[in-house]
Write a protein that binds this ligand. Sequence first.
Ligand SMILES: [Zn+2]
Length: 134
Amino acid sequence: MRCIGALTRRAKLILVLIVVSVMSTACSINRPPDYDSQAVATICDSEDGETVGVSFLGETKQVTVDWVPTWGELYELCGETAGACVNLATNVIHMVDNRRCLQSASHELGHIFGVAGLDAPRQIALRRQKIYNM
Ligand SMILES: [Zn+2]
């Protein structure tokens, strides 16, 4: 009995290792540019209305940053729950100029470069919020 128990534990451990390695592979594909990447730095260093070339995963795209002066204006452009947004037809990122630039630039660049599932955690959070508010 002891032997079987140990084998099962080992099998479980191996299974966990396989699942974790598959998940981490998937994550490296589905991740937006890192906060300390050149792509994010280029966006955060750009002037209002400036179009810059941004490279990610071997692709280069022209991206324009619209630094929005107030949250009120951002809400009008992006909707009430967004911290920033991007127009994928023109690759214009609308962002408030504050310390959240790294986070917003990374996320919106993820959209521009077609990283899948970016908003899934937020949508789940919003759904949870809705349930909690009921
Ligand atoms: Zn998003």
